[in-house]
Design a protein around this ligand. Sequence first.
Ligand SMILES: [Zn+2]
Length: 320
Amino acid sequence: MPPEEPQSEHESGRLNPEAAIARQLTGELYCLSCGYNLHGLSIRASCPECGVPVRATILGIVDPHADELTPLSFPRLSAIGLCAWSFGALISVVVVWLLRGAEVLRDMGFATWNPTFLAWTGLIGLIVSMLGAMTMIRPHRSVTRWEALRSSIGVSMYAALIFVYDAIYLGHDVIAPSPLFSPGGDALGRSVLRIAMFLLVAGIVWGLRPSAVGLAVRSVIVRTGRVDRQSMMAVLASLGIATLGDMLSIATLYTPISVAEVLEIVSVVIISLGSVLFTVGMINICADTVRLYPVLVRPGVGLSDIFETNRQKSRRTNGI
Ligand SMILES: [Zn+2]
């Protein structure tokens, strides 16, 4: 190992990051998470002590003020909030499946079960999801005003979504409890409400996506593991499919009976397909947030100042 000049390392690094990387790779490079000496390790390797990739430490040198490296203001709150957001939403989706399952059992004569408490559970899930989403508005200091505004719009749409969810599953479905196979007099109203619900969910996804992706990117940095950044787009696409199904369902009201019968079947198939895809997308997002949890609460991921760490270490070890 060539002898280094630890006292000038910091200053030259600020002027020329490339020189700093070259110097640190050939000389001393300390893990940005735990401070372990990464000297001699490949750039593709991970820290043998804590598993943080060497690349993450290098990013810290190139851009110590990268948004992804800004410490979370309340790491545990952010981690819990993200999981509450995804799982609360999943609960409200699972509830709809259970409600439709109960409907099928009723229509087939197997049961008379019409569980309104389930719809209440779904509403509570949505409220939990909204509370979780609130933690995503400004998880760290580097969040721009526009990003915070966008997340706030997403969160505020929850209020309308809760209202619509209530109107469908605790209003309409209690009056006409077989919406899937024998929709009552207000099938049009229900389809319109469902489309409104999809639009609101799409708005929420649009609003919260930058914040969620910003948190997910931390995972790429801290682990080598890759996060599926498309999962939220997949959810949007599945909503589009379900919306198409509901529009066909509306169309059946304005077409001759012979056509309407076919359209009705097609619409049920398309709505089911969209619902399955949506649910799978939601489960994927939940899995992502669970994987993110340890990354977000991990101390040292905030990496206040990589230069500080390396300089301090160099000073302490006197460049050896
Ligand atoms: Zn380490």
